[in-house]
Design a protein around this ligand. Structure first.
Ligand code: PRP
Ligand code: MG
Length: 179
């Protein structure tokens, strides 16, 4: 375990098994439809890479660079689109993938944008969803794990752009955050 990690919340094996279950549900829903997987940088990178290898359907694949946390502990409340990449989504069924549903602002803003770009349908898929009330997206269409309202890192999730490479989801030691 990394020396800055207090506790592993979800280990590699548990993640791997859950992704297979999510993939089966996604396959059943998207089979026969023109599919585009859209993943959000940077947090969704490990999740999407592991998940889509279990989805043997024809699909296009896009990455969108958005940011709401700017490396910190709390959502800034504003979702920034960091590039001008606008794939043509007319008639496409989009699977929108992210690492975590927190305030839901990111999912809400991106879903709206993808529909504006012509997407026929947008289904949301997150590895983690915080168990908190939210006024935005109530829940994703596909959720890996519901977690308590704690700050987590690893498996794509960062603190000040670090810890994304950890193969598990964990909780940082307090002294790492305050220092
Ligand atoms: C984080 C996370 C989600 C979003 C969730 O991204 O990866 O995309 O915030 O928060 P929300 O539900 O409150 O909008 P961040 O903006 O930190 O960028 P990153 O993915 O590059 O780390
Ligand atoms: Mg993100």
């Amino acid at each position: 375990m990394h020396e800055d990690i207090e506790k592993v919340l979800i280990d590699e094996d548990v993640i791997r098994r859950r992704l297979v279950v999510l993939a089966e549900r996604i396959i059943a829903d998207f089979e026969g439809k023109p599919m585009v997987a859209v993943a959000l940088l940077k947090g969704a990178v490990l999740f999407v890479a592991d998940l889509i290898r279990h989805i043997p359907l024809p699909m296009e694949f896009e990455l969108l660079n958005v940011s709401s946390y700017h490396g910190g502990l709390k959502s800034s409340g504003e979702v920034l689109f960091l590039d001008n990449h606008q794939p043509d989504l007319h008639g496409k069924h989009v699977l929108l993938l992210d690492d975590i549903l927190d305030t839901g602002l990111t999912m809400e803003a991106v879903t709206k944008k993808l529909k504006d770009q012509g997407a026929e349908d947008v289904k949301t898929c997150v590895l983690l969803a915080k168990d908190i009330p939210r006024d935005t997206v109530k829940e994703a269409d596909y959720t890996g794990f519901v977690i308590a309202n704690e700050f987590v890192v690893g498996y794509g999730l960062d603190y000040q752009d670090r810890y994304r490479n950890l193969p598990y989801v964990g909780i940082l030691k307090e002294e790492v955050i305050s220092s």
